[in-house]
Ligand binder design. Structure first.
Ligand code: SF4
Length: 360
């Protein structure tokens, strides 16, 4: 397994039968979800901060957590990234990275007013939703943004058209929605929601507003959907499912919920292996493991090692999709790297045909 300084790592599994801890007791096994862990947007954002630190030197300011994972944030902070809540905490003229969750136009304007040099690591799939909001607002539609109130991504998207967007944060919240004209309503969503719950919210919205318009394509991103599909497949066979991911990671929390909804007898979310309670494993035969889109594989490896130490050394991968998407680094950073004779350090088309770097 390879590691990088921000804890990015690749686990070359599938998977072992028995381990250095000894042969697995008969019948005990781990079902390991695939895909799991880092998505293309998180990979791009983390590499952007790493490259900014390397190229410009510390400190590099980052507005909000670059991705919602404690380990990643702590690792980058140790290298010189300074995480702030708002741009007014960044010294005038300094360099600041916007996180993968995106920012509203008001945040961009505030950064500009302080002459900050920005590197925009907003995931391109979040940007796509922002553009939808702008377009629908220009058409003067009422926009119902399905998402979690207070989540950074939702604040950023809503900020694109605050007069037109209202947040619908659960199926039950549909009853409270008020629109100007029931024939001119469209829904969009946060990228990291439960697919099933979102569809239920849309169903209820359509009951109230039969002329509700759909977005042109899915807003829940490929990575969120793929990780949920994988966990749905393994959950019915599991006594326990352990999701690695932080509490503020929407897609990680959703994975733990989906596991329970699809038949796991118990479901837990942990930041790290240290939070796994051995009592959860008592009497279990099958343990499912997955991880959210902001989770480095090294943290999953630690959980697998811990499970092996408790007799769950037999690991079987349950793969439901193969992902090959990779986004190129933010434009501003790429330009500076190229001017200095450098480039995106990640595999390029030709080196790894399955990991083509796509311009955004
Ligand atoms: S979870 Fe989806 S939207 Fe969020 S950063 Fe990853 S790919 Fe982008």
């Amino acid at each position: 397994m390879g590691r990088t300084r921000a804890g990015r790592a690749t686990y070359d599994g599938p998977v072992t039968v028995g381990t250095e801890h000894g042969a697995a007791p008969a019948g005990r096994r781990v079902l390991l979800a695939a895909p799991r862990g880092y998505c293309a947007g998180v990979d791009r954002a983390v590499v952007a901060v790493e490259q900014a630190l390397e190229h410009y030197g510390a400190p590099v300011y980052v507005r909000k957590e670059i991705v919602h994972n404690r380990h990643v944030v702590d690792t980058l902070a140790a290298r010189g990234a300074v995480f702030v809540d708002e741009t007014d905490e960044v010294p005038e003229g300094a360099r600041v990275v916007f996180s993968a969750h995106g920012v509203s136009p008001a945040v961009r304007a505030a950064a500009e007013a302080r002459s900050l040099r920005t590197i925009d690591a907003t995931c391109p799939l979040v940007t796509k939703v922002h553009k939808e909001a702008v377009r629908f607002a220009a058409a003067d539609l009422d926009i119902l943004l399905i998402g979690h109130t207070g989540h950074e991504e939702v604040e950023g998207t809503q900020g694109e058209a605050p007069a037109h967007v209202q947040v619908v944060d659960s199926p039950d919240a549909v009853a409270d929605v008020v629109v100007r004209d029931e024939s001119r309503v469209v829904w969009i969503s946060q990228t990291t929601l439960s697919v099933d719950e979102t569809m239920e919210t849309v169903r209820r919205l359509r009951e109230r507003f039969p002329l509700l318009q759909d977005p042109p394509s899915d807003d829940i991103c490929y990575a969120t959907q793929n990780r949920q599909v994988a966990v749905k497949k393994l959950a019915p066979e599991c006594d326990v499912v352990i999701t690695v991911g932080s509490a503020n990671s929407s897609n990680s929390v959703r994975l733990a919920e989906v596991a329970l909804e699809y038949g796991a007898r118990a479901s837990y979310r942990v930041d790290t292996a240290a939070q796994v309670d051995p009592a959860w494993l008592v009497g279990a035969r099958t343990v499912g493991v997955t991880s959210g889109a902001s989770v480095p594989e090294i943290l999953v490896r630690d959980v697998l090692d811990l499970l092996a130490a408790h007799g769950f050394g037999d690991v079987e991968e349950v793969r439901t999709a193969t992902e090959d998407l990779m986004f190129s680094l933010p434009r501003e950073l790429r330009a500076d790297l190229r001017a200095a004779g450098g480039d995106d350090p990640r595999p390029r088309r030709g080196d790894r045909p399955d990991l083509a770097v796509r311009p955004v």
